[in-house]
Design a protein. Structure first.
Length: 446
């Protein structure tokens, strides 16, 4: 009898995992909270979207959120609890699956450091700005500053330009020395990633064609405006991201798009009992996690781009389905090269320790609960235990449950909070939670 592999996430990693698991003869259920497959990388307007062929060959569950993983037998993968239906609709179906193997590929979301005025309307995460342009053909402004750190700044600026926006500047916070040292180390590894190098060169050429300045060692440190962004203050930074006094400049803009890297979505791996290392899921050469029958692929194991996610997905899906390991030699090599690209990315675009110097006492740190920097520091000085800081300041206790402010709060408080432990991974209504489990069992599809 073929193995039943459940895959959570239909981004590059999950889609690759599904195709490999199908090829190895497994029965596959592919689940994604979005209504279309593709994840963050293949986000496209609906009229140009071409469904992936793999979806026809597996049990494809779009608009289906995995809200909980239940560990009922330590020798087997956890039970997968799913809610199917539009996120804000009623009448969602509650189902569960007991797979033979589980592949977790839930990806990452973008990280934004706070600065005075970052909560003004008109300040967007780069991911949101790009999603609006690519997914909805909506531009965030006419005069946009793109700032932060990492190569993601380039595709975001390119998408905005393509949509007719004027991109005033693109600012990379790290100085040229850090960027060049990170990318320049072990140059032969970069040569093994010609696609990525060509992609970056194409973005850079587009910026040059539109005469958009790309400046390194400079960041947006304040957004100002009456009710929405009207201007951005930028400043030159030292290598540790502390501001060089006297280098501030004011730019008039109607939107700011900002990103400081990506944060992996770890609540499902943590719920499955997977061991983490350096903030990512620890996997072996087969993409197996420390939890029996649970595999992980894509941005949850390290931020290394779509090719790495795809290669990891192929390995994870194949091994989860029980495919013979000998057939994966080339894919593993491709995966290892792509992962090496991720290490260079991290070295070239680190977050400097000096960024809290941008904050003022009244700067909002947790937007859901409107916790200011001052109240967070006060709570931490009274009782530095992570739980006490959270309860006293309310940072991380709002609707996003610390998905946005969690890493920031952890860096600003002396004792790091328990990362990503959320028994409920996706919003669920009390009525849905209270629904009788018998009904859920009847509806489950093995
Ligand atoms: C906002 C953003 C924009 C990006 N833009 C670019 C770009 O322009 N160019 C580029 O080269 N790289 C870009 N990247 C990086 C690139 O998207 C990633 O390298 C790649 O998509 C990682 O693939 P993945 O499969 O690991 O995750 P993703 O592509 O993020 O896919 C994860 C999927 O899991 C689903 N999911 C998560 N949790 C659940 C759950 N509980 N239940 C059900 N489904 C769930 C999500 O809906 C999503 O579809 C971007 C990343 C982000 C976060």
């Amino acid at each position: 009898m073929s193995r039943h592999v459940v895959i959570v996430g239909a981004g590059p990693a999950g889609l690759a995992a599904a195709s490999a698991a199908l090829r190895a003869g497994a029965e596959v259920t592919l689940i994604d909270a979005a209504d279309q497959a593709g994840g963050q990388y293949h986000r496209m307007p609906p009229d140009t979207y071409r469904p992936f062929r793999v979806l026809d060959r597996c049990d494809w569950w779009p608009e289906s959120s995995v809200w909980s993983l239940e560990r009922h037998d330590e020798r087997r993968p956890p039970r997968v609890h799913v809610l199917t239906g539009p996120a804000d609709g009623d009448g969602r179906r509650r189902r569960f699956l007991d797979p033979d193997a589980l592949v977790l590929a839930p990806g990452a979301h973008d990280r934004t450091l706070p600065f005075p005025g970052w909560d003004l309307p008109g300040v967007f995460t780069a991911g949101a700005a790009q999603a609006l342009v690519k997914g909805e053909r909506v531009v965030v402004g006419d005069q946009v500053l793109v700032a932060g750190s990492g190569p993601f700044l380039l595709p975001v600026a390119a998408s905005l330009l393509e949509a007719g926006t004027r991109v005033r500047e693109v600012l990379e916070a790290n100085p040229p020395r850090t960027v060049l040292r990170g990318w320049g180390r072990r140059p032969w590894e970069l040569a093994a990633q010609p696609d990525k190098a060509a992609e970056l060169a194409a973005y850079a050429a587009r910026l040059a064609r539109h005469r958009v300045p790309y400046r390194t060692g400079r960041a947006v440190i304040e957004a100002r405006g009456d009710g929405r962004v009207e201007e951005a203050v930028t400043a030159r930074l030292r290598a540790d991201w502390s501001v060089v006094p006297g280098t501030e400049r004011t730019l008039s803009v109607d939107a700011v798009s900002v990103t400081h890297g990506f944060t992996p979505q770890l609540e499902l791996p943590v719920a499955a009992g997977c061991v983490l290392r350096d903030g990512f899921v620890l996997v072996d050469g087969d993409q197996a996690t420390s939890s029996p029958g649970v595999y992980a692929a894509g941005e949850v194991t390290g931020i290394a781009g779509a090719p790495a996610a795809r290669a990891e997905g192929l390995v994870a899906g194949w091994t989860a389905a029980g495919g013979p390991p000998s057939e994966l030699r080339l894919t593993r090599r491709r995966r290892d090269r792509a992962r090496a690209f991720g290490l260079r990315l991290a070295a070239a675009h680190p977050i400097g320790q000096g960024w809290p110097g941008w904050l003022r006492p009244d700067t909002v740190v947790c937007r859901c609960e409107e916790t200011s920097y001052e109240s967070l520091c006060r709570a931490a000085s009274e009782n530095p235990a992570a739980r006490a800081v959270r309860l006293a300041s309310r940072a991380g206790l709002g609707p996003c449950q610390a998905r946005i402010c969690g890493p920031t709060v952890a860096e600003l408080s002396p004792e790091s909070p328990d990362p990503h432990h959320r028994p409920i991974a996706q919003p669920i209504r009390l009525g849905e939670l209270a629904a009788r489990s018998e009904a859920a069992e009847k509806e489950s599809t093995p």
